[in-house]
Design a protein around this ligand. Structure first.
Ligand code: MN
Length: 511
């Protein structure tokens, strides 16, 4: 996926210092780009696009970046002084994410040999401030990374932004299919789908069950049999489930057919994400042998999430989109991610925690142990019937969870650092789950989340840091509220108040 994209590097310069200087700027820039690509730290290739020495050159480069679907973002760096009026026309046009790298070709000042020629050539300290000014003046959203380009810490910050750039590019043609609408009367999972497409890029459609059925009917029994065999190979299970005459086998078989149906729909529609509603899917087309779409597709949702399809329960298209974005951002990393839902509290002094589960739909990428395939009665929704699912608990460890809510005049991204802890066995609740303590502690973290209007749905990852979400919010131009170990309710309330004023003033400006 990352190999489908590239990041462009443009070095700011000017012709004041003569052709020789530009030749050196060019050579240094090439060396730096090659060095970054060879560092092994960057998941997306950086492509050097040359020096920009005039307004016309900047504008041409920005137009080319906008029009090239491979270009996921632009890195700018001012080797010499680059008078920033020459960036105005290009920056007005730029529609791709921007990273301004404040670095320098040489690490240390060559004290004994430095002369005025060297000073003229190596003045990033000077030029990057000029460039920063015009970005600030024009309210250009960007990430500023300051640090030596060979420093792994600098490279890591570029890498984070690159990952977010790819996820952002991925979301610009994201189609989300909703099987059913919101769960009736639920507010927090709903929102303005038109504004979401304008602001965040993704498109939300729906699909009535009558359109799903031809896909269901087209699934071959042999393919279902093969997928059931795969389940039994992959997942721990009671061998009684393999009894083809038993109800358990039939439930697993129906689940496999539901998975093949949903995947076929998503592929045919070019969709990257989907939502379900437990009142909608299930208990249709069941024949005399008990085969049919007879349960909510929980197992299918779990497995499709692990494949990278965005998922939101109860029609939650914002979470479906956010999960897909999170999955893309974390490609190649080991930790795993999942859609999760705040379910039940465990008051336990300073270690009070929240059980994260859903009825069934938790992604097996976060499982600590080999997931176990089980069939149990599901007593929720209009279809109360035995239902197949993967059961596991999540790994202990630090992570970050995030959600997006619609505040009426803006989208708000809420991010909370959390610590997953070991949960106790749940013999009477056979579903996948995680158990976490929100930072800075349960009381403050949950209070802040509730004050911010955060949903009970969120997208969790062991891999991302808050910097990923900061970069995402900056690119998207949406509000971000981060709840971490330093959060106090007094400060948090002031941030909420400041956000109200900021977004009231800037409501129509698309800053
Ligand atoms: Mn829910």
């Amino acid at each position: 996926m990352y190999s489908n994209y590239e990041i462009w590097w443009i070095t700011g310069a000017q012709l004041l210092y003569g052709g020789d200087a530009v030749v050196k700027v060019d050579a240094h820039s090439k060396e730096m780009v090659e060095g970054l690509n060879a560092s092994g730290k960057l998941p997306v290739k950086v492509v050097y696009k040359g020096t920009a020495n005039s307004s016309a050159e900047v504008e041409a480069l920005m137009k080319a970046a906008n029009n090239d679907p491979r270009c996921a973002g632009i890195i700018t760096w001012m080797h010499t002084f680059s008078p920033a009026k020459m960036w105005i026309h290009g920056l007005k046009l730029l529609s791709k994410p921007l990273l301004h790298l404040h670095t320098q070709y040489n690490a240390e000042i060559p004290w004994d040999t430095m002369d005025m020629d060297f000073m003229n050539l190596n003045q990033s300290a000077h030029g990057d401030r000029e460039f920063g000014h015009i970005c600030a003046r024009m309210r250009v959203r960007r990430k500023v990374v300051t640090g030596y380009w060979k420093d792994p810490a600098t490279q890591e910050r570029i890498a984070v932004w690159q990952r977010v750039c790819v996820a952002w590019a991925d979301s610009q043609d994201m189609r989300i299919i909703r099987f059913g609408d919101q769960m009736n009367n639920v507010a927090v999972t709903d929102g303005d789908k038109v504004e979401a497409e304008i602001r965040l890029g993704y498109h939300v459609d729906y699909m009535p069950f009558s359109e799903v059925m031809p896909f269901f009917d087209a699934v071959a029994d042999a393919d279902v049999d093969a997928l059931v065999d795969e389940y039994f190979r992959l997942y721990a299970h009671d061998t009684a489930l393999e009894d083809k005459a038993g109800e358990g086998y039939r439930k697993v078989w129906n689940s496999a057919k539901a998975e093949l149906t949903l995947r076929a729909v998503l592929e045919a529609k070019g969709a990257k994400a989907f939502t379900t509603n437990f009142d909608d899917l299930g208990d249709v087309a069941v024949d005399a042998t008990g085969r049919g779409f007879d349960q909510i597709p929980g197992l299918a949702s779990q497995r499709l999430m692990a494949e990278g399809y965005g998922f939101g329960a109860e029609g939650d298209w914002k979470s479906a989109a956010l999960y897909r974005t999170l999955w893309v951002m974390t490609r190649g990393q080991a930790g795993g991610c999942s859609f999760l839902e705040d379910y039940t509290l465990n008051f336990d002094g300073s270690r009070s925690s929240i059980l994260q589960a859903h009825m069934l739909e938790v992604c097996p990428l976060i499982a600590e142990e080999r997931p176990r395939l089980e069939v149990h009665f599901l007593g929720i929704g209009v279809r109360k019937t035995p239902t197949a699912r993967l059961v596991f608990t999540s790994r202990p460890g630090a992570g970050v969870t995030a959600t997006v809510v619609d505040m009426g005049n803006r989208f708000r991204l809420i991010v909370n650092d959390v610590e997953c802890i070991k949960s106790k066995p749940l013999p009477k609740l056979p579903v996948a789950s995680a158990l976490w303590v929100p930072m800075p502690d349960f009381e403050t973290g949950a209070t802040a989340w509730i004050l911010a209007g955060g949903t009970h749905h969120s997208c969790f990852s062991y891999d991302v840091t808050p910097e990923y979400w900061e970069d995402y919010a900056e690119i998207a131009g949406i509000e971000m509220l981060h709840i971490d170990k330093n959060t106090t309710i007094e400060d948090f309330k002031n941030r909420l108040r400041m956000g109200e004023v900021y977004y009231m003033l800037n409501r129509s400006l698309y800053l």
